[in-house]
Design a protein around this ligand. Sequence first.
Ligand code: CTP
Ligand code: MG
Length: 282
Amino acid sequence: FPTFASLWAYSRISLGLAGAKRILEVMNRENNLDQNAAGYAKPMRGEVEFRDVTFRYGEGEPVLENVSFKVQPGQTVAIVGQTGAGKTSLVRLINRTYDISGGRVLVDGVDVRDWNLENLRRNISIIEQDIFLFSRSISENIAFGKPGATQDEIEEAAKAAQAHEFILSFAEGYATVIGERGVTLSGGQRQRLALARAFLTDPRILMLDDSTSAIDSATEDHIQRAIYAAARGRTTFIITHRLSQIRWADLILVIRGGRLVASGSHEDLLRDSEAYRRIFSE
Ligand code: CTP
Ligand code: MG
C-alpha cells in the first residue's frame, strides 16, 4: 500500500507542479509597454492629432503611411475605406493598443507616449468590431467599466443606449444572464449593451468600430439614435459603411491601402474626391 500511495502522490504532485508553473508564467508576465506612471495626467479635452503617422505590425509592411489629420474636442469623425485598409489599426493607435512606428499621435497636444497610460485609457473607450460580453447578468455586463455603479446609473445608461426596452422584454430583465448559460443576443443588441457601457464610463474619446455588423433597418434606427446620443459632448470616431452615419460627421477620413486619400465634410468629398464617390457607387 505505501508503494501504491507514493506512486499515486508522485503523479498528483508532478501534475500540480506543472500546472502551477504554467499559471505562474501567466501571472508574472510583463508587457513591454511603458505605463508611464509619472506621465501627463490632467483631465482630457479630447483633441486628437495624427502627424505623419506610420505604423506596421512587427516587422511587416507598413499598414498605415504618412497619415495626418486633426480633430477638435467634441467633433465626430467617420472613417471609411475598404476592408483591410487600416481603419481598425488607426483607432488602436490612439489608446496605445499598439505604438506607432513613425510620426506622432497627440491627444490634447501631448504625445500619447507622454500620457500617464492609465489616465489615457480611462478616458478612451473602444467599442470593438467583435463585442465581448461576459457570461453574467446584463447589469454586470453594463457596469463592467465602472465597478460599483448603482442600478439607477445602469438603467440610465441603458436608456440612453436604447437598450432599456429590449432588456425589459426578457423575463428576468436586468438580471438576465447572457452567453453560454443564458440568452443569446443579436448583433444590434450586443452593440447597444456596449454603448450602454460607454455611457456609464463617460469617456472623452469614444471609438465605434462598426464596419462589419449587418443589422435590419428598424434596429439600425435605434442604434443610430443611440450613437447620436453617445457622440454628444465627446470626440467620437465611427468606422462605418452606413451613409446615414457618415453624412452627419464633422470630418470624414477616407483610408485606402493605409493612406489617407481624402478628408473633409460629406459635401466637400462628394465634390472633390473620386475615391469617396467610388465608395458610394459600389
Ligand atoms: N493586420 C496585421 N496584424 C494585425 C491586424 C491587422 O497585419 N494584428 C493587417 C491586416 O492584414 C490588414 C491591415 O493590417 O492588411 C489593416 O488591418 P485593419 O486595420 O484591421 O483593417 P480594417 O480597415 O479595419 O478592415 P475591416 O474593414 O475588415 O475591419
Ligand atoms: Mg476593422
